[in-house]
Design a protein around this ligand. Structure first.
Ligand code: DCM
Ligand code: MG
Ligand code: MG
Length: 266
């Protein structure tokens, strides 16, 4: 049992996972991340914008609330380290990516933005070094997109590992929490209502909790803030799930290998 004194009611079965692949003690810093990029796989996208918000477990366990009318809402943690960077992707945006993000190759060129280079790598590593470990990167659809894409960019610089950093995907976590709740409900003979198909897109979860769509979608910082707002609605369960289910960032496979980008031309 990894955490004998945890008040964690979820997923006892996941303790069958080798304990060495999850953090050895509770995660202390959650680094919420979102990436904007030139497109979706299989186009081998390149990152165009990256936002990291590092928030302590303490802040997430002790939220402040807005004025109670009409309804008290958790405020963004006052103490958060933030890194938001524009990155010249050095690759053409797909029309869809350009349209939803508002980012264009011309704008990066006109504003003389640098590529995903060693300066940025050093910023990211230094940013993590300032956080109290264990550290967990958190992204919405992170396993499907953000983590493999970040891994591809780091690998292209020859930086294969981010040691002592874990990662967790909030879509996977939310689905796991919901399915656990559904199993509990089955004991009470409460079949889920017809038409209640669960939707897990960032904007749908945000709407479910806040009854409006999130502002600044497809802007890395806007998406990170929306993700934190969603996370705050179920923070204790999500943190508990991540303590037991976060995986090492080093176990993430790159979305593609840089030299394969040119393989089809040879
Ligand atoms: N993306 C895309 N087309 C979509 C959705 C996303 O090309 N329909 C790409 C471009 C975005 C990136 O994925 O910059 C990240 O998506 P999101 O803004 O949802 O984080
Ligand atoms: Mg995203
Ligand atoms: Mg985004």
């Amino acid at each position: 049992v990894p955490f004998p004194n945890f008040h964690c009611s979820f997923f006892l079965d996941l303790r069958m996972w080798p304990t060495s692949v999850t953090p050895s003690k509770p995660i202390e810093t959650f680094v919420f991340m979102d990436l904007e990029a030139t497109g979706l796989p299989p186009s081998q996208p390149k990152i165009a914008e990256m936002c990291l918000f590092a928030v302590s477990r303490h802040s997430l366990e002790n939220p402040q609330y807005s004025n109670p009318r009409p309804k008290p809402l958790p405020l963004l943690p006052r103490l958060a380290d933030k890194l938001s960077v524009c990155i010249n992707p050095d690759k053409l945006f797909t029309p869809a990516a350009s349209s939803i993000t508002g980012l264009t190759n011309e704008a990066f060129a006109m504003n003389r933005k640098q590529t995903f280079n060693l300066h940025l790598l050093h910023m990211i590593v230094a940013f993590f070094r300032r956080q109290h470990p264990p550290i967990c990167l958190v992204a919405h659809n992170g396993y499907g997109y953000d983590f493999p894409l970040l891994k591809a960019e780091l690998s292209a610089l020859g930086h294969l590992a981010l040691d002592e950093i874990y990662c967790a995907d909030t879509i996977k976590a939310m689905k796991a929490l919901d399915s656990e709740n559904n199993q509990l409900q089955q004991f009470a003979y409460q079949p889920s209502a017809p038409g209640s198909r669960k939707k897990y897109a960032l904007r749908d979860l945000y709407f479910k909790f806040y009854r409006e769509y999130p502002p600044n979608s497809h802007n890395a910082e806007g998406d990170v803030i929306a993700l934190i707002n969603i996370f705050q609605q179920r923070a204790s369960d999500l943190m508990c799930w991540m303590d037991s289910n976060a995986i090492p960032f080093n176990s993430i496979r790159a979305m593609y290998k840089e030299n394969e980008r040119y393989a089809s031309f040879s």
